[in-house]
Design a protein around this ligand. Structure first.
Ligand code: NAD
Length: 352
């Protein structure tokens, strides 16, 4: 039996995940949904942001979908007990090294973008960001005090051939199912790890993916092109640091944070981790006004990339598109629908 592990988490996480449950029950009632505490609420109940048992449940599931973790009440907790530590542990244990962040502009929302409609209409970019390597994890990293009393902070940007190759493979495979084009962004002009990145991507492309169009682009130019002419991109492959920045810039092109899903994938056959890119939104938590579409679209990605249910994923995507086209808008999109009413709108589009 197919199992989806739900980790609703904190703040608006449980509110948006409740709508995922309703959609899943209507669309794929045979999928078993399991649930565990995660983040601050797990810390309150179990003294840790994620229990060993919850990690084991995640590894045993076919896919994991989380809401969001964190909030001001846990900001003072010891670093290893904070909600974010639970998320880092989960990503590491699941070995999810490829972060997929679609930046997709629904036609009905093109006017909500900070760019002109004509620049974002039809936008459909998949950013593939390396998630478990690079400068966020490289050693050494420290802050030291120098003899003259100054301090010096050091981080290390480091990538191996296999780390670059496995994430690049994900990008090329994805491109084949889309518009068949990969832009690979790095700084090979000024960074050794960037030069290696370019070499590894080039040789993998020649060896296994010559049918896919490949263009190398410097990461700073990629940032500029994303706001100048974003529809030129199909799949944008990049490292952890540049991916962090470029995917946030791309997110802004599409309107609201409440609309954006993501996936983190490991080796084929292992469970993927799906999550809306927004946080726990403490400012609106408990009010029932959060937009559940980022979570619902994260479920759509889980259906497609981990659960082998492309037909259901297409139906769900169509239902979200139809609900938006019919004018369904939560507050972040300039409307008045509650979280549950947006769930209703998707459900009725699914039934139509
Ligand atoms: P946030 O994404 O929670 O909120 C930013 C703004 O966007 C807020 O005004 C919020 O109300 C709004 N917003 C976010 N999601 C929305 C939705 N679905 N519908 C309507 N409006 C929405 O970011 P933040 O305020 O910087 O962080 C709040 C907490 O979330 C922090 O504790 C942070 O550490 C945590 N966080 C967690 C994750 C995660 O779980 N992956 C990601 C980012 C931030």
């Amino acid at each position: 039996m197919t199992t989806l592990l739900l980790l609703p988490g904190d703040g608006i996480g449980p509110e948006v995940c409740a709508q995922v449950r309703r959609v899943a029950a209507a669309l794929a009632p045979d999928i078993r949904i399991d649930e565990r505490d995660f983040g601050g609420c797990s810390f309150e109940r179990h003294g840790v942001p994620i229990t060993d048992e919850a990690v084991a449940a995640a590894l045993a599931a076919d896919a994991v979908l989380m809401g969001a973790v964190g909030g001001p009440q846990w900001a003072g907790a010891p670093r290893d007990k904070r909600p974010e530590a639970g998320l880092l542990r989960l990503r590491q244990e699941m070995q999810v090294f490829a972060n997929l962040r679609p930046a997709l502009c629904f036609d009905a929302l093109a006017d909500a973008s900070s760019l002109k409609r004509e620049l974002v209409a039809g936008l459909d970019i998949m950013i593939v960001r390396e998630l478990t390597g690079g400068v966020y994890f490289g050693q050494p990293r420290f802050i030291e005090t120098l003899p003259d009393g100054q301090q010096r902070g050091v981080d290390t940007q480091v990538y191996t051939t296999s780390e670059i190759e496995r994430v690049s493979r994900v990008a090329f495979e994805l491109a084949r199912g889309r518009r068949n084009k990969v832009h690979s962004a790095e700084k090979s002009n000024v960074m050794e790890s960037g030069l290696l990145w370019r070499q590894v991507v080039t040789s993998l492309h020649q060896r296994d993916y010559p049918d896919v169009e490949l263009e190398h682009i410097l990461a700073d130019n990629a940032a500029m092109q994303l706001v100048r002419a974003p529809t030129q991109f199909d799949v944008l492959l990049t490292d952890n640091l540049f991916g962090d920045i470029l995917s946030d810039a791309a997110a802004q092109l599409t309107g609201s944070l409440g609309m954006l899903p993501s996936a983190a994938l490991g080796e084929p056959g292992r469970p993927g981790l799906y999550e809306p890119i927004h946080g726990s939104a403490p400012d609106i938590a408990g009010q029932g006004v959060a937009n559940p579409l980022a979570a619902i679209l994260s479920f759509e990605m889980a259906l497609r990339w981990s659960l082998n249910r492309a037909a259901e994923a297409d139906r769900l995507f169509g239902a979200v598109e139809a609900a938006l086209a019919a004018g369904a808008r939560t507050r972040d999109l300039g409307g008045r629908l509650t979280t549950v009413e947006m769930g209703d709108a998707v459900l009725s589009a699914l039934k139509a």
